[in-house]
Design a protein around this ligand. Structure first.
Ligand SMILES: [Zn+2]
Length: 55
């Protein structure tokens, strides 16, 4: 079963890594940097504007 992507991206305040919420879910849903393991992440808005092209 496929999960709906939330599109939320977190930024680690320590190393600056971008951590998508899907990655956090894969790791048990904990808010934790996937690069350095730091637990304080800022919520970021994804830069991609959702736009569906009609054919
Ligand atoms: Zn980090």
């Amino acid at each position: 079963m496929e999960k709906t992507p939330t599109g939320t991206v977190y930024e680690c305040v320590r190393c600056g890594a971008n951590v998508p919420s899907e990655e956090l879910e894969l790791r048990g849903g904990e808010i934790k940097c996937i690069v350095c393991g730091y637990r304080i992440l800022k919520k970021k808005k994804p830069p991609v504007v959702k736009r569906i092209q009609a054919r």
